[in-house]
Design a protein around this ligand. Structure first.
Ligand code: KIV
Length: 264
């Protein structure tokens, strides 16, 4: 079967809902692909899920390239989308183009994700014109958490909702192949999904979006840390993993592992 492209994803507008997940290494990417998802996002949530940071702000280009390359090695069909980390594109167009290019050239990504709406329209246009497909990201943009004053639902009054609608129009016009809508009221995302001709990918944005994306460790219950209220864990693996590891420890300490079956 052929590899998914950004063009295929764009064509899924208005089809039945589809799912996307994050992954951060070849192993988790292989699970996403085995589950049949068309796209895998190497989110800068990497910072919190895997690198032990408090937010996405410290994540660097080198870290993202390293993990994106691992994800790309873990899939054969899924579209690999690399998240552009904080300050890898904000300072200038040249900086954004060069860093996005690194993801395709050095890490094997198929597309990049950029946070921001109207303010990023010129960058998105330049990336697309230079052959780099872009997934836009509007609503709650975690790289702006300090300016937003926290991880809060966005677009809750009519002026703010209109700004998000304008952002959605701007990124579509600029050539994004799809747009992530994060933490906005379900009614607003329904209006945006209806108004756009590109797919909307919701996270905390209700059920009307064309697609849904979640962080893989939240979906699998891999951490004991609290998850945002928009997350539904589809498994609770942390206790099972901890139990398996404790059983291994006890088996070693009790002299039960290895036995003759695991010995040469
Ligand atoms: O960094 C991330 O994982 C994301 C998504 C969950 C949209 O931006």
């Amino acid at each position: 079967m052929k590899r998914w492209t950004a063009v295929d994803i764009k064509k899924m507008k208005g089809d039945k809902p589809w799912a996307m997940l994050t992954a951060y290494d070849a192993l988790s990417a292989s699970w996403v692909e085995a589950a049949g998802l068309p796209a895998v996002l190497v989110g800068d949530s990497l910072g919190m899920t895997s690198l032990g940071y408090e937010s996405t702000l410290p994540v660097t280009m080198d870290e993202m390239v390293h993990h994106t390359a691992a994800v790309a090695r873990g899939v054969e069909r899924a579209l690999v989308i690399a998240d552009m980390p904080f300050m890898s594109y904000q300072s200038s167009m040249e900086c954004g183009l060069a860093n996005a290019g690194r993801f395709l050239k050095d890490a094997g990504a198929d597309a990049v994700k950029v946070e921001g709406g109207s303010i990023r329209a010129d960058l998105i246009e330049a990336l697309v014109e230079n052959g780099i497909p872009v997934l836009a990201h509007i609503g709650l943009t975690p790289q702006s958490v300090k300016e937003l004053g926290g991880y809060r639902v966005q677009g809750t009054n009519s002026a703010a909702a209109q700004r998000i609608m304008d952002d959605a129009m701007a990124v579509e016009q600029a050539g994004a192949f799809a747009v992530v809508l994060e933490c906005i009221p379900a009614e607003l995302s329904a209006q945006i999904t209806k108004a756009l001709s590109i797919p909307t990918v919701g996270i905390g944005a209700g059920s009307s979006c064309d697609a849904q994306v979640l962080v893989i460790s939240d979906v699998l219950g891999l951490s004991r840390k609290p998850v945002p209220s928009f997350v539904k864990p589809f498994a609770q693996l942390a206790p099972q993993i901890e139990e398996a590891l404790a059983t291994f420890k006890a088996a070693v300490e009790g002299g039960d592992f290895p036995d003759e079956n695991q010995s040469y």
